[in-house]
Design a protein around this ligand. Structure first.
Ligand code: 13P
Ligand code: SF4
Length: 390
């Protein structure tokens, strides 16, 4: 499907109304000591000043000042509650650069949540991420600012689907992407994230398996299968082994037709158009994009790996094929680098997480993640196995 609105490269349509042009700002090192988000807020004035410096090209001044008040109150409350705030890389810039103690991709945040000593974990991300934090910290209070922060991948598969697949392919290990709900993880043998999918699958191949069930993201599965040299197949529709690869137990990755509603929108034509206009652009994609798109990019990796690529590699300009707030966050962190800000695709679930709701959630201990003991116990195993591999 062609999606002409994804990248508007005609100057007339350059999404100025949505994305104002970047203004030159001070390098981040001059204003912040460590990674974005890891700073104290001694006063409202200091919070406001920092946010103005980081966000001045991204948001109008009145909005920055309003958000600085919310951020200051959240940070005050955070200390009072002995809470830690974890912020996914897709958080909107004002939140991302003001309240999280740690920012990162799913893997990094899962690791951090397993090590925190805070009593309360406030997860500024989506439901499956907050659930993972709860599974790793059953005794702690885990809050998510909005109950509406789902995920199209997590919605794509149920625990019953996994049980049926296991019956269909006995003995074949099930790897579930971390973008699944706890009930699905509880039926799985291993978890993986976009940052370690290849390592987890390679580990299983080294253990002597030649088939792996990989759920639920079709594109991540296809991209990973390509990396490790496995054929990608869907389960036969009639529910039995059928013929071909399965009957002979040929090496294969058995996938599922789940898609990320954000990353599936990027298309080959979008990249070709951008490359035509900016031949020297470095294009960096998330592996939830289709294999055809990934094949045309310079680098593919998790959100953290994409950020690190931009930090590490000197290119005249960069284009990110992922949720668009992350481009803004990288722009705020790397004012000297030119980010092509051609897209306006936000994840509708990540977008639910606001400073306003974060504050309300903390004030009222609202939207606590709650999972049964049985699910926590069973879902922990594949997560622990993943963390032990990578
Ligand atoms: P990362 O684990 O790469 O941060 O990705 C999470 C996600 O939801 C991507 O759409
Ligand atoms: Fe889910 Fe896609 Fe949103 Fe990530 S960007 S949370 S995979 S819908």
């Amino acid at each position: 499907m062609s999606y002409p609105g994804m990248f508007c490269i005609t100057p007339l349509f350059h999404t100025a109304a949505v994305r104002p042009p970047i203004m030159k700002r001070q390098p981040r090192e001059a204003i912040m000591s460590d990674t974005i988000g890891v700073f104290e807020t001694p006063s409202l004035e200091a919070t406001r000043e920092r946010m103005r410096t980081l966000l001045s090209g991204l948001l109008p001044a009145f909005e920055i000042d309003m958000k600085a008040e919310l951020a200051h109150e959240i940070n005050r409350l955070k200390k009072q509650m002995n809470a830690v705030i974890l912020g996914h890389n897709y958080m909107e810039p004002a939140l991302y650069c003001s309240v999280p103690d740690y920012t990162g991709d799913s893997l990094e945040l899962a690791r951090i949540s397993s090590e925190t000593e805070a009593e309360v974990i406030v997860f500024c991300g989506v439901q499956f991420m907050a659930e993972t934090a709860k599974i790793l910290n059953p005794e702690k209070t885990v809050l998510i600012p909005s109950e509406k922060a789902g995920c199209s991948l997590a919605e794509a598969i149920t625990a019953e689907d996994v049980r049926q697949l296991k019956a269909q392919f006995p003995g074949v290990p099930v790897v579930s992407y971390v973008n699944t709900y706890a009930e699905v993880k509880a039926e799985s043998d291993y978890c993986c994230t976009s940052g370690n999918a290849e390592k987890v699958v390679r580990y299983l191949l080294e253990q002597g398996h030649n088939q792996v069930i990989f759920l639920p993201d079709e594109y991540l599965a296809r991209n990973t299968a390509h990396e490790v040299g496995l054929e990608f197949i869907f389960p036969p529709e009639n529910g039995v082994h059928g013929d071909g690869a399965m009957a002979e137990k040929k090496p294969a990755m058995i996938g599922w037709p789940g898609r990320c509603e954000v990353h599936e929108k990027f298309e080959v034509e979008d990249i070709e158009r951008v490359r035509k206009q900016f031949p020297d652009v470095a294009i960096v994609a998330h592996p939830e994009c289709s294999p055809e798109v990934v094949a045309l990019t310079d680098y593919t990796g998790s959100t953290k790996q994409m950020i690190e690529y931009v930090r590490r590699v000197d290119a005249p300009r960069y284009l990110l094929l992922t949720e668009c707030s992350m481009g803004d966050n990288i722009a705020a962190e790397n004012p000297e680098k030119e980010m092509l800000r051609l897209c306006s695709v936000r994840c509708p679930h990540m977008n639910q997480i606001t400073l306003e709701d974060t504050l309300e959630g903390m004030r009222n201990l609202r939207h606590q993640v709650s999972l049964s003991e049985d699910i926590i116990k069973r879902a922990r195993l594949p997560i622990d196995r993943m963390l032990a591999i990578v």
